[in-house]
Design a protein around this ligand. Structure first.
Ligand code: NDP
Length: 478
């Protein structure tokens, strides 16, 4: 005990007694002058920051990304300037719909958010363990999430709300098929793939742009849980996936992912038969074969869960030179939404927190704001241009121009888009056991849903593949 440091207040004042409140007499009431007690209570009352509306429950770890292939003809990103380049990463996995205390093994997509601390700033690849998403227009996102969360009256998760929304939003069918497939519940975070899902871009020194999709393929192999296995685990250990990741890294069993890229020349987008910026679609591998570009390894646990995992703030808008966005509407909305939610959740200076802080110099003209905990740029002038050697912009980092055309309007995103073929392709590539699991999982989830919603949804399954529709209908006794 003699080696323990002296306990202090937040102001560094030594504390004489942390066991007994200051009272008027041994049986009397507590005195207001007990600042130490007031400070402890007040701080405790404010310990929680708002939990994320989605992706609340997660686990994270640090690691290393190593470049294994020369893709400098596609991107001028310094990270990819040569084979063997390395950078530190922080990766946060999560479930989507559950709250902070929810079970890790729920059937739900998993977040797969990577922050690469590159020498030209943070590159955040904020993906999921699925290559597509439920909606393709961001105006539908809030309603989609409401339908997956709790019923306004009962406060319960509600199958009727979920299937009502999905059956009225056929663009969800592809992702619904993945969610209810065997891959809908990963065995561990280490045994699942990650995908950028969105189409992004990369650009090279000549100013040529390529559309890309990022894939992170688990080198531990895909392993999944059945409904029965996941329910049993949830009853015994709500934090099963978080525990597995921490323990694996702690004992030196460092999980790895092969990072791959599908690359489409900019011009191809105009004629490719699949809408390349539709988040409900993949690019079939035979059209754009994935190319290996690196290895991501997780090898260090955080020291403090709140400081590093809870305060981690990922932004799809973090794209250093050589990386770019795409016209994907959902990505465009996320570019606003992520930074916006961090400003609300952890405050305007969130980017300066240690887990979010770039490992390269940061020179902005942002000043002040709640919890400005660094030096706030001291006496440097806070406007630009200036005559005092303040930071300046440099045209060499300019992204090539992107041609945009068309009249501003609210275009029906369902027109000219079909929602069924890729869901059908996935169904047809499943083996007999995977098909049976898919049908059983769907039937279990749909059996309590009103008949008209069941019938509406079965039409979608049938349009993807008649056998798919017939088997769900049979399972539901229709
Ligand atoms: P391919 O046969 O070339 O690829 C099929 C892909 O499906 C593989 O990446 C495979 O992953 C993955 N897969 C297998 N079972 C499941 C499952 N239960 N849930 C989710 N993914 C699974 O075919 P295509 O590229 O033409 O795609 C056919 C269908 O495969 C698509 O409609 C899509 O549903 C799905 N898919 C396609 C991806 C793509 O980027 N093209 C990515 C992921 C899925 P693995 O190699 O790990 O076994």
């Amino acid at each position: 005990m003699s080696k323990c440091p002296i306990m202090t207040t937040a102001a560094g004042i030594p504390i004489a007694d942390n066991q007994n409140s200051l009272t008027a007499g041994p049986r009397g009431p507590v005195l207001m002058t007990d600042h130490q007690l007031m400070e402890r209570m007040a701080h405790f009352n404010r310990e929680r920051v708002p939990e994320r509306v989605v992706h609340a429950k997660g686990a994270g770890a640090y690691g290393t990304f190593t470049v294994t292939a020369d893709i400098s003809k596609y991107t001028c990103a310094k990270l990819f300037s040569k084979v063997g380049n390395k950078c530190e990463v922080f990766l946060r996995f999560s479930t989507v719909a559950g709250e902070l205390g929810s079970a890790d093994t729920a059937r739900d997509p998993r977040g797969f958010a990577c922050k690469f601390y590159t020498e030209e700033g943070n590159w955040d690849l904020v993906g999921n363990n699925t290559p597509v998403f439920f909606v393709r227009d961001p105006l539908k996102f809030q309603d989609f999430i409401h339908s997956q969360k709790r019923h306004p009256q009962t406060g319960l998760r509600d199958n009727t709300m979920q299937w009502d929304f999905w059956s009225l939003s056929p663009e969800s069918l592809h992702q619904v098929t993945i969610l209810f497939s065997d891959r809908g519940i990963p065995a561990t975070y280490r045994n699942m793939n990650g995908y950028s899902s969105h189409t992004y871009s990369v650009w090279n020194e000549k100013g040529e742009r390529f559309w890309v999709k990022w894939h992170l393929k688990t080198m531990q192999g895909i392993k999944c849980l059945t409904n029965a296995e996941s329910a049993k685990i949830a009853g015994e250990d709500l934090d099963y996936h978080r525990r597995d990741l921490f323990n694996a890294i702690e004992k030196g069993d460092h999980p790895k992912w092969k990072v791959q890229l599908q690359i489409m020349p900019e011009k191809d987008a105009e004629t490719y038969h699949i809408h390349p910026f539709d988040l409900t679609k993949v690019w079939p591998h035979k059209d754009y074969p994935p190319v290996d570009v690196g290895i991501l390894e997780l090898n260090r646990n955080p020291e403090n869960y709140f400081a590093e995992v809870e305060q981690a703030a990922f932004e799809p808008s973090n794209m250093p030179p050589g990386f770019g966005a795409s016209p994907d509407k959902m990505l465009q909305a996320r570019i606003l939404s992520y930074a916006d939610t961090h400003r609300y959740r952890i405050g305007i200076n969130y980017a300066a927190l240690p887990v979010n802080k770039p490992r390269c110099p940061v020179n902005t003209y942002h000043r002040d704001g709640h919890m400005r905990f660094d030096g706030n740029y001291g006496g440097q002038v806070n406007y630009q241009p200036n005559s005092f050697n303040g930071p300046v912009d440099d045209k060499k980092f300019r992204e090539p121009p992107l041609k945009i055309s068309g009249d501003a309007d609210r275009y029906d995103h369902r027109k000219g888009n079909e929602d069924y073929s890729q869901a059908g392709d996935l169904y047809r590539l499943m083996n007999a056991d995977q098909k049976s699991q898919l049908i059983d999982n769907i039937v279990q989830a749909m059996k309590s849903v009103p008949r008209d919603i069941q019938e509406r949804q079965i039409k979608h399954f049938t349009a993807a593949d008649p056998d798919y529709g017939a088997r769900v209908a049979k399972g539901l006794g229709l």
